[in-house]
Ligand binder design. Structure first.
Ligand SMILES: Nc1ncnc2c1ncn2[C@@H]1O[C@H](COP(=O)(O)OP(=O)(O)OP(=O)(O)O)[C@@H](O)[C@H]1O
Length: 306
């Protein structure tokens, strides 16, 4: 892993002596591109994420993303098949080769449901949420936090198994803030790395003396749950209108009524989206709630309606 990778023709690359053929573009962002490629040796599909590292800091961040992937070997955390750093004409690109996850992101699934005027059944929400929580637990148990959990950063395979991805914002779960300068550093970092409409309240105005922990992810998890229920994030509209998300997250989340989901699921949502991080539950508690909502066998998935 991480050894020689070179371009052998316009449409093929070689990674660790294995050839991959370019098939099509999947996504194009400000500083990264994701392409679909096929392994010549195994006929499998992979996603090749290329991150443009415009300076030393960006290169360090890409290196962190690689290292975070390599920390985990869990069915709900996306693995890294191979990687390399390409240096060409003074420019650097980090290339991450990832298994291709066929159904795309949770967000793209929700968009399709919205376009059809449909919705996500509760059993399917619980199934997906369960997998997301298992992945988060693996991350939290190792002392890390994801910090950018959102529906575009969760991929689904053909069986609706979720994979947490985009580990570039991940860092140590416990951040001790001592003084206003450190508080400002954390706040500036969060403004850059944690998507605003899924960002935990304590990251908007970081207090001078406080502990930030992995419960920032529990807030984002609540926003993801809301999104699966309502087909849009709780603060998407506020952000789109140009209103203050920082202010909105200070109030208890309001669940549009009438709501067709069970009161238990609504309670779970409210329990995760608690403004005060000290009153927010940890992932183990959330998992227990989901298990009891799903019943002991956990086989309640019903995807026929979507
Ligand atoms: N392994 C994969 N399988 C299938 N699709 C993928 C895969 N990796 C990435 N994608 C697609 O590419 C999109 C962008 O990927 P990713 O989030 O890693 O890039 P990014 O530049 O960090 O994006 P952002 O900064 O917007 O979060 C995903 O939302 C997904 O649609």
């Amino acid at each position: 892993m991480g050894q020689a990778l070179c371009i052998c023709s316009r449409s093929a690359i070689t990674i660790d002596n294995k050839r991959y053929y370019f098939l099509q573009k999947l996504e194009e962002g400000g500083f990264s591109y994701v392409d679909l490629v096929e392994g010549a040796h195994d006929g499998r599909f992979y996603a090749l994420k290329r991150i443009l590292c415009h300076d030393r800091e960006a290169r360090k961040e890409a290196q962190t993303e690689v290292e975070m992937h390599r920390l985990f070997n869990h069915p709900n955390v996306l693995s890294l098949t191979a990687y390399t750093f390409m240096e060409r004409s003074g420019k650097c690109e980090a290339w991450l080769l990832l298994p291709y996850i066929s159904k795309g992101s949770v967000w793209s699934v929700l968009e399709k449901l919205r376009d059809k005027g449909s919705f996500m059944p509760e059993s399917r929400i619980l199934h997906i949420l369960h997998g997301i929580c298992e992945g988060l637990k693996a991350i939290h148990d190792k002392g890390y936090a994801h910090r950018d959990l959102k529906p575009t950063n969760v991929l689904l395979d053909e069986n609706d198994r979720p994979f947490l991805m985009d580990l570039g914002s991940m860092n140590k779960a416990r951040i001790e803030v001592r003084g206003s300068r450190e508080a400002m550093t954390v706040q500036d970092w969060a403004a850059q790395r944690c998507t605003i409409s899924y960002r935990a309240p304590e990251l908007f105005n970081v207090e001078s003396h406080c502990i930030i922990d992995e419960r920032t992810d529990i807030w984002s998890l609540g926003c993801v749950l809301y999104c699966m229920m309502m087909l849009e994030g709780p603060y998407d509209l506020i952000f789109q209108k140009g209103d203050s998300v920082a202010l909105a997250v200070q109030n208890p989340v309001s669940i549009p009524q009438p709501c067709s989901y069970s009161p238990e699921l609504q309670t779970l949502l409210s329990s995760t989206m608690v403004t005060n991080p000290q009153e927010r539950p940890r992932i183990g508690w959330v998992l227990d709630q989901i298990k009891s909502l799903r019943g002991s066998d956990g086989t309640d998935i019903d995807t026929n309606r979507v």
